[in-house]
Ligand binder design. Structure first.
Ligand code: CA
Length: 226
């Protein structure tokens, strides 16, 4: 297994590299984002620190995913906020690990994401379409009949979760946990408001169905998801 460690902190890299090597991983390290895209085709898994000196880690993650559907990406970051985690995953990361972490857990996740991506095969499209509504998960964009619709970050996150469920019910608790990080009364009301706004903005009131007491689902199965 070939691993590319993108980490600007020398102390972290110098501790991690031999620890990973002892566990059978072939590790290369870059101390910045520059050069990462050149190595995408030569490694199996990229461990990506979000806080890099020369480039926004989220932007780089998106570029890596655009360059290759095969390489697995684990975002490794000190940022633990739920929004950052979602941002990383939406940018195409396969997993997310918050520092400090256990090396054995990291190695377990490296093997897991590699397995998942190998099972899935290359070339996930990163977008889905239903009833003229198209969602680009990588670019965080939604268009209706080709016309861009401006959604807030949370509106996009809520809609993306419902779409990614492919017509299955997306439970309220799951959306609340992923998007708000908690499921109190205020968040529950806010979710209702966000869905109502989505229906209006998309101009497709029946696209998102309410499953009373459970959650939401799309009124059909979207195309384009792998
Ligand atoms: Ca850093």
């Amino acid at each position: 297994m070939r691993v590319l460690l993108v980490e600007d902190d020398d102390r972290v890299a110098e501790a991690l590299t031999p620890a990973l090597a002892r566990r059978g991983l072939a590790v290369r390290r870059l101390a910045a984002g520059a050069g990462v895209l050149d190595l995408v085709g030569e490694v199996d898994v990229i461990l990506l620190d979000l806080g890099l000196p020369d480039v926004d880690g989220i932007v780089l993650c998106r570029q890596i995913r655009a360059a290759s559907g095969e390489v697995a990406v684990i975002v490794v970051s000190a940022r633990g906020e739920v929004d950052d985690r979602i941002l990383g995953l939406r940018a195409g990361a396969d997993d997310y690990l918050v520092k400090p972490y256990d090396v054995d857990e990291l190695v377990a996740r490296v093997h897991a994401v590699r397995r998942r991506r190998a099972d899935r095969g290359p070339g996930p499209t990163g977008s889905a379409e239903l009833a003229g509504v198209r969602v680009d998960f990588d670019r965080h964009e939604v268009t209706v009949d080709g016309v861009p619709v401006s959604l807030s970050r949370k509106e996009f996150q809520v809609f993306a979760q419902i779409v990614a469920a492919r017509g299955a019910v997306c439970e309220r608790e799951q959306i609340l946990a992923e998007v708000w990080g908690r499921a109190g009364a205020a968040e529950n009301r806010s979710l209702d408001v966000h869905v109502a706004t989505l229906r209006t903005k998309l101009g497709r009131p029946s696209l998102i169905e309410t499953v009373r007491g459970v959650g939401y689902r799309l009124s059909g199965q979207p195309g384009g998801l792998d």
